[in-house]
Design a protein around this ligand. Structure first.
Ligand code: CP
Length: 312
């Protein structure tokens, strides 16, 4: 393994804080930690993870909890700010400065962009961004890369499409930044209203070629990876705009007839109607395995940040 990186006590605010070599190393650690996801370990015994979730979550919250428990640690926190003193008006800054007294690491999901960086500036313990509004979801990008690597044996050389809500979907922002560190062909497929943010496009186009499409049919037969996202209704300032794009994409067996046999379909979940249930039983479907990979990827991150795995 590479010996150059130090993850001890590191915040994970944005995927842009990582080099390709660092990401490759995290993915290596995730692979090596796979057996511990089955049999468990006590490498984080006595450590406490605090989850502060100001927005709903199933996968991120529960996979961080599972990761911590599998490594022998403990978890505190809330999934509903209405049961915390936030309800009485306590600020995020004060919440973080109190919770750090009870914990070794904070995992924060918050509706505001910039919230994770803000919390990391106040906290003395490391802060992991578990989703900051429509901005970023860096640990999701790591588990997405891990899933691609596991399924395809490589990331370089792949032809990948990100499809759906590229404007408000935070997972595709982080994933696009991460993929731009690899030698991939990246395609963005969305209605005009939901195009990838300009700031993301400008950044990643300095490293890789990116092509934009309105229709998936134009590109599907060439793809190795199709990453589908839900249209993020809750982030639209005007629901009339949501109605214009609702149901734009539907990945179903009819559509997939023109795909390569070894195409993989990913989705950060939750899904609504953008992937038909009939796809679930096909070899294309990797999205439930993707959710499972969240555990090992987060185990690797927690072990590295809390110093249980060192690469000195
Ligand atoms: N992928 C993801 O972030 O799912 P949750 O919103 O359920 O955490």
């Amino acid at each position: 393994m590479n010996t150059k990186f130090n993850f001890l006590n590191r915040d994970i605010v944005s995927i842009r804080g990582f080099s390709r070599e660092e990401i490759d190393y995290i993915l290596e650690v995730a692979k090596s930690i796979e057996p511990l996801a089955e049999k468990g370990s006590d490498m984080l015994r006595g450590k406490v993870l605090a989850e502060l979730f100001f927005e709903p979550s199933t996968r991120t919250m529960l996979s961080f909890q599972t990761a911590m428990y599998k490594l022998g640690g403990n978890v505190i926190g809330f999934a509903e700010p209405g049961v915390s003193s936030v309800w009485k008006g306590e600020t995020l800054a004060d919440t973080v400065r109190v919770v750090e007294k009870y914990s070794d690491i904070i995992v924060l999901r918050h509706p505001l962009e910039g919230s994770a960086r803000f919390a990391a500036e106040y906290a003395q313990v490391p802060v992991i961004n578990a989703g900051s509004g429509a901005e970023e979801h860096p640990t999701q990008a790591l588990l997405d890369l891990y899933t691609i690597l596991k399924a395809k044996g490589k990331i370089d050389g792949l032809n990948i499409a990100l499809m759906g809500d590229l404007r408000y979907g935070r997972t595709v922002h982080s994933l696009a930044y991460a993929l731009s560190l690899y030698n991939v062909k990246l395609n963005m497929v969305s209605p005009d209203l939901l195009r990838m943010r300009n700031e993301v496009l400008q950044d990643i186009r300095s490293r890789i070629d990116v092509t934009e499409y309105r229709d998936i049919e134009e590109i599907l037969p060439e793809l190795d990876v199709l990453y589908v996202t839900r249209i993020q209704k809750e982030r639209f300032p005007d629901l009339g705009e949501y109605e214009k794009v609702r149901g734009t994409f539907a990945v179903n067996l009819k559509l997939l007839k023109s795909a390569k046999d070894d195409l993989i379909v990913l989705h950060p979940l939750p899904r609504l109607d953008e992937i038909a249930v009939e796809v679930d039983a096909t070899p294309f479907a990797k999205y439930f395995e993707q959710a499972r990979n969240g555990v090992v990827t987060r185990m690797a991150l927690l072990a590295l940040i809390l110093g249980a795995i060192k690469n000195e």
